[in-house]
Design a protein around this ligand. Structure first.
Ligand SMILES: O=C(O)[C@H](O)[C@@H](O)[C@H](O)[C@H](O)COP(=O)(O)O
Length: 256
C-alpha cells in the first residue's frame, strides 16, 4: 500500500458523490469489522454535504452498525447552533438525523450561542478530542477525514497565509477573519488533520482545478493549504473531470 497521493477522476459531480459515498460505506464496514469502531471527521461545504446525502440515499446505508461510528468535524462556522450555516446542522439534515447513530457518538464543535468566546470554544473542542485520545496523540485516531477544497486551496478553515495554517501545536484554532463567509470559524489544525489514517478530499468544478494542480505540483502549504494534506496511510483526491484539468496525467489513477 503506497501512501502516494492518488487522484480518482469521475465524469461529473453526480458520479463523483455516488462513488465517494459507495467507497465510504464499504470502507467504514471494513474498519468497524477490523477495529470494532470508526472515527470519521466530516467537512462542511457543498461537496461534503452532497456526499452525506448520497450516503443517506444508498440502499446499503444501514449495512453499517452506526452505533460503532463516531462523527467529528474538521471545521465549523462559529454561528448559533440552529443557524443554516452550521456544518453540523447541514450534516444532520443530510445524514445524521436519518441513521441510528447514538447522540453521544456525534461530536459537534461548540456554537456561538452556547460559548460566545471563540477561544473558549476552541479549547472546549480540543478537550473533547483529548477525551478520546489515542496512542500519544491528543485526539482520536481518525480513520477517514473528509475535506472539501476552496478555489484558493483552503481546507477545513485553514486559509492561505493565515496564522491557522501554520499552527503546529494546538489541535484546534479559531479563525476570526475567514475570506469565506461567515468570518468566524473553528478548525482542526494541519497536524491533527494529517494524523488521520485516510484523508479523502472531494472536489468538483473548474474553479478547483488551479488549487489542485498547484498542490500536486508541490506548492507551499502555507500558500495552498491543500498541498499540506497527507494522511498517515492514504490521501485520495476524488474529483470530477472539470477539477482535474490541471492534474498531470501520470497522477491520475483509473477510477471507472
Ligand atoms: O466549512 C466550510 O466551508 C468547509 O469546511 C470548507 O473547507 C469547504 O469544504 C470548502 O470551502 C469547499 O467547499 P465546496 O465543497 O462547497 O466547494
Amino acid at each position: 500500500m503506497t501512501n502516494e497521493r492518488r487522484v480518482l477522476v469521475h465524469p461529473d459531480k453526480e458520479a463523483l458523490t455516488a462513488s465517494v459515498a459507495a467507497r465510504f460505506l464499504t470502507k467504514t464496514i471494513d474498519i468497524v469489522d477490523d477495529q470494532g469502531a470508526a472515527n470519521i471527521a466530516l467537512t462542511g461545504g457543498t461537496m461534503g454535504i452532497a456526499v452525506l446525502e448520497a450516503v443517506n440515499a444508498s440502499p446499503a446505508r444501514d449495512t453499517i452498525d452506526w452505533s460503532k461510528v463516531h462523527f467529528w468535524w474538521g471545521d465549523e462556522r462559529f454561528v448559533p447552533r440552529d443557524s443554516p450555516d452550521r456544518n453540523e446542522r447541514q450534516a444532520r439534515e443530510a445524514l445524521l438525523d436519518h441513521i441510528a447513530v447514538p447522540p453521544e457518538n456525534v461530536h459537534p464543535f461548540p456554537s456561538s450561542d452556547e460559548t460566545p468566546d471563540i477561544d473558549e470554544a476552541a479549547r472546549l473542542y480540543a478537550a473533547e478530542l483529548e477525551a478520546f485520545a489515542h496512542e500519544g496523540w491528543p485526539v482520536p485516531k481518525f480513520d477517514i477525514t473528509f475535506l472539501g477544497v476552496g478555489p484558493d486551496g483552503h481546507i477545513a478553515s485553514l486559509f492561505p497565509d493565515r496564522p491557522g495554517i501554520r499552527e503546529e501545536k494546538a489541535s484546534v484554532i479559531a479563525e476570526r477573519d475567514s475570506p469565506k463567509p461567515p468570518p468566524q470559524r473553528l478548525s482542526l489544525t494541519r497536524p491533527v488533520i494529517n494524523s488521520s489514517d485516510r484523508i479523502w478530499l472531494v472536489l468538483s468544478g473548474t474553479d478547483k482545478a488551479s488549487a489542485l494542480g498547484l498542490a500536486l505540483a508541490g506548492a507551499s502549504y502555507t500558500e495552498v493549504p491543500v498541498a499540506g494534506a497527507k494522511g498517515r496511510k492514504r490521501t485520495v483526491f476524488f474529483v470530477d473531470k472539470d477539477a482535474a484539468v490541471d492534474v498531470p496525467e501520470n497522477l491520475i489513477a483509473p477510477s471507472y
